[in-house]
Design a protein around this ligand. Structure first.
Ligand code: KG4
Ligand code: ZN
Length: 336
């Protein structure tokens, strides 16, 4: 039995979890700052790091208490090393190093995106080769994993991440922050009325969302000039259908080419209800690949996912040391 204490603070959630053997959550405490950042229409990095500092000790103490364990029961301390906001990451990294040093525990630095993928371990036994569509506020990546802890990014965004596009479109329409959940809900009331251009990009499995966001802005300006009132539900419906149809089509194309045993969705945007519908529909054409749609608590940022990925890294002997620092641009580990 291996018990991991995991810390995540890459963006606007201060989180700590205790995870047993990579797939059992003993506690998963997430202190969200969303109410504060909503006031500004997005995450304010300086504010985020200050709130992390205020909350981190209480969050760690609560995670241990809820799991009913002490540091004596913990085998290693995993933490998010990057990617993310430097000031935010720094707080979690320092907390993890301090705890590891004080209690003499090994450190396991974890890439946040690997955490998102391994969050699926809480609902399924990961089968390799595996394809992951990692979609969040900062990333849009198709990752092929031939084996456990073996990552190959086969497609990525050339500009904005898909979650970023949701957040920006929501901001343009005055729908608040974060945009994803609001658009997800509002689009259910929308219908096919507007037309937006399908994102064009060269790489076979690459994505682009910045042009789509600009097209939304231009459409609003055109309608305003004509004196027409924008139907927000119809517009977000069109934005979402355009973005998600493109993304799911490319994912299925990658599945057809690589033939993985499993396709997992990961990251905040994986919570999107329309994406889940579309993915199920399109993956009906690939019955030999099992589709895993993680429950909502596994999609958005949390520390349990860092505990699960941390366990995989721990088994591979990928330990860090007290000299390691936060890395805001950390790349996914690759065997190439
Ligand atoms: O993974 P996450 O919690 O944080 C990052 O690592 O970025 O993802 C946050 C992103 C935000 O852009 C948010 O708008 C988006 O995920 N999101 C959604 C939904 N829920 C969260 N996007 C679309 N539909 C949703 N239901
Ligand atoms: Zn994330």
């Amino acid at each position: 039995m291996t018990m991991i204490l995991a810390i995540e603070s890459s963006c606007d959630e201060t989180a700590c979890a205790v995870v047993r053997d990579g797939n059992q959550i003993l506690s998963n405490i997430v202190s969200s700052q969303i109410n504060v950042h909503t006031l500004y229409g997005g995450v304010v990095p300086e504010v985020a790091s200050r709130i992390h500092v205020e909350n981190i000790s209480a969050v760690v103490a609560e995670a241990l208490q809820k799991a009913d364990v002490t540091m004596d029961d913990i085998d290693a301390v995993a933490y998010t090393q990057g990617p993310g906001l430097i000031g935010s990451l720094h707080v979690g990294v320092q907390a993890a190093k301090t705890i590891a040093w004080a209690f003499g525990k090994p450190l396991v630095p974890v890439n946040h995106m690997c955490g998102h993928i391994y969050a699926n371990s809480f609902v399924a036994d990961l089968k390799f080769p595996l394809m992951a569509l990692v979609i969040s506020g900062g990333h849009t990546e198709l990752v092929y994993m031939k084996n456990d802890w073996d990552f190959k990014v086969i497609g990525t965004t050339r500009d904005d991440a898909v979650g970023e596009a949701y957040d920006k479109v929501a901001r343009i329409l005055g729908l608040g922050y974060p945009g994803g959940p609001v658009i997800d809900k509002l689009a259910r009331e929308g219908k096919e009325h507007y037309k937006l251009p399908v994102p064009k990009v060269q790489g076979e499995y690459d994505f682009s969302f910045s042009g789509l966001k600009t097209a939304v802005l231009q459409l609003i300006q055109r309608e305003e000039k004509k004196g027409e009132e924008i139907n927000k539900a119809d517009l977000v419906y069109c934005f979402q259908e355009t973005a998600l149809n493109d993304m799911t089509a490319k994912t299925v194309k990658a599945v057809e080419a690589y033939r993985p045993k499993m396709l997992v969705l990961a990251g905040g945007v994986a919570a999107n209800s329309r994406l889940r519908e579309l993915m199920k529909e399109k993956m009906a054409a690939c019955p030999e690949t099992e589709l895993v749609l993680p429950p909502l608590y596994c999609c958005t940022d949390n520390a349990a996912m860092i505990g699960s990925a941390g366990y995989a890294a721990y088994r591979h002997g990928l330990f860090g040391n007290l000299g390691d620092a936060a890395d805001p641009g950390l790349e996914m580990p690759s065997n190439d």
